[in-house]
Write a protein that binds this ligand. Structure first.
Ligand SMILES: Cc1ncc(COP(=O)(O)O)c(C=O)c1O
Length: 484
């Protein structure tokens, strides 16, 4: 070994333990030590390298992380054997392609990818802008929770989830008119998982789910992936899902569950009036059909008080309420929840089978944020910003889009649904906009039956000069696409 003595902590900008780890890795690469060989003890290396015991231990930890060495109890460190990597499938042979129906649309994938592409103007993503989220406070809370949480953040918080968080969620649910205790709450990985578990708990492959139309494309894809059929029930911006059409559908076909975004839906922004929510719950209950309610945007009302949930009218325990903190606090924390009534036990079981638990640090931080972090204050600001953004974006659309364009006027959330004159092809607009560095979501994604060819969904999560310019460009592109 030819380790040179250097200064005590770092050499050439590299930390000393990294340097020691690098030297040992070099010895392995040269074949000085081979797979299965015992490496020098910590004490030996400390003497030879003239570094502290601690430095050698850190170096070995790095090498363990790199899967180069392994520790054997009471014996020391050994060079790991190099098991060959699993071979990549031969993509050219095509034999791996199963004869299953392809259900994930390429366009949907592309839209999802665009949401992550920071080079694009984010008019397509229904994700709150980071600049409007309480990031500094959350970071401080997370750091504190990790410091004082002991093993809580490291170990599983098994379903139904971290109790302190469930207490906070139960208190908040009261504002949506839901009386629940912490034991009624199942913490999930976002709202999407809550809905997925709800669909799994209520339906079997081949079953039919009634949904609003237009409807959030990710859920349409999910329904298809689960082998379920979606029955698209017309929905209006003012009233949400049509109860009359749903009643007719129930008479005509066997419906296993109904999935509805009751408050500020995606994409229409509909806010179901209270009376309609009651009718919906009663109609479904009278046929013993579970209602899966997604209320992810409910806290984003532009009024002072959030609207109630359909779950608040549930007398039969047949409504599965789903929501998350993705639109209000931190989408990346991946924390949502379900209040699932009679399906609670089954959903908890499924959750455990599928991915055991939700990230513990996220749950700890959110529990503290809800208890002492000023959520109400944040919401007040956030609602004001969203309301202003929506109205500025709507004005800009009116100024730039072709005459005859219509759009929604939501009373909450940050999404606009724009209907361009008939014949203006939304998918072509989507591609042309991308060429100009702008992402939008084309209307046809919001239906499985080819509707909404001249509609687009815009996100007003952010408003600034660039976005304003983006709307102008989009409007000009739409003008070019107008038929005849
Ligand atoms: C209606 C609706 N539900 C769920 C989600 C995603 O929720 P989460 O990120 O909490 O899984 C979205 C995101 O766009 C949404 O619009």
């Amino acid at each position: 070994m030819t380790m040179k003595n250097g200064d005590a902590n770092s050499r050439g900008g590299t930390l000393l333990y990294e340097q020691v780890a690098g030297d040992i890795a070099g010895l392995i690469a040269q074949g000085t030590f081979r797979a299965g060989d015992r490496l020098p003890s910590i004490r030996q290396l400390s003497r030879r390298f003239a570094v502290s015991i601690n430095t050698v231990m850190q170096a070995y930890a790095v090498l363990e992380d790199q899967r180069l060495v392994e520790a054997r109890p009471q014996s020391g460190y050994y060079v790991r054997s190099r098991v060959p990597e699993i071979r990549e499938p031969d993509l050219k042979s095509r034999t791996f392609i199963a004869p299953a129906t392809v259900t994930i649309s390429d366009l949907c994938q592309q839209v999802m990818h665009n949401m992550m592409n920071r080079a694009l103007l984010p008019l397509g993503s229904a994700i709150p802008s980071a600049r409007n989220l309480p990031i500094d406070k959350l970071n401080r809370i997370m750091a504190n929770e990790l410091r004082r949480g002991g093993d809580q953040a490291v170990l599983y918080q098994m379903p139904p989830g971290y109790e302190r968080l469930r207490v906070q969620i139960a208190r908040r649910a009261l504002e949506a008119g839901i009386s629940s205790g912490p034991d009624d709450i199942l913490v999930t990985s976002g709202c999407v998982e809550a809905v997925l578990l709800a669909l799994r708990a209520t339906c079997r492959a081949g079953d039919t789910i009634a949904v609003e139309s237009p409807f959030y494309f990710n859920f349409l894809q999910m329904i298809a992936e689960l082998g379920l059929k979606a029955l698209e029930i017309p929905s209006t911006p003012r009233d949400g899902i049509s109860i009359e059409a749903l009643r007719y559908a129930i008479e005509q076909s066997r419906i296993s569950a109904c999935l509805v975004i009751t408050n500020f839906s995606n994409p229409l922004g509909s806010l179901m009036p209270e009376e309609r929510k009651r009718e919906l719950v009663e109609l479904l209950a009278s046929h013993e059909i579970p209602l899966i309610e997604d209320d992810i945007y409910g806290d984003l009302t532009f009024e002072n008080e959030r609207p109630s949930a359909a779950k608040s009218f549930d007398r039969s325990d047949l409504v599965i309420y789903c929501s998350s903190f993705s639109k209000t606090i931190a989408p990346g924390y991946r924390v949502g929840w379900a209040i699932a009534g009679r399906f609670q036990g089954e959903m908890e079981r499924l959750k455990m089978i599928m991915n055991i638990a939700v990230s513990s640090p996220s749950q700890l931080a959110l529990a503290e944020f809800l208890a002492n972090g000023g959520y109400d204050h944040h919401l007040r600001n956030f609602r004001r910003i969203n309301a202003r953004n929506i109205s500025q974006m709507a004005d800009a659309v009116v100024r730039s889009f072709p005459p005859g364009t219509r759009m929604t006027h939501p009373a909450g959330g940050f999404i606009l649904w724009v209907e361009m004159p008939e014949g203006t092809d939304a998918i072509t607009l989507f591609h042309r906009a991308l060429e100009q560095g702008i992402s939008i979501v084309p209307g046809p994604l919001f239906s499985l039956s080819g509707k909404y060819s001249h509609h687009i969904r815009l996100s007003a999560a952010q408003w600034d000069e660039k976005i304003e310019q983006g709307i102008k460009t989009l409007g000009a592109l739409a003008q070019e696409l107008m038929p005849g």
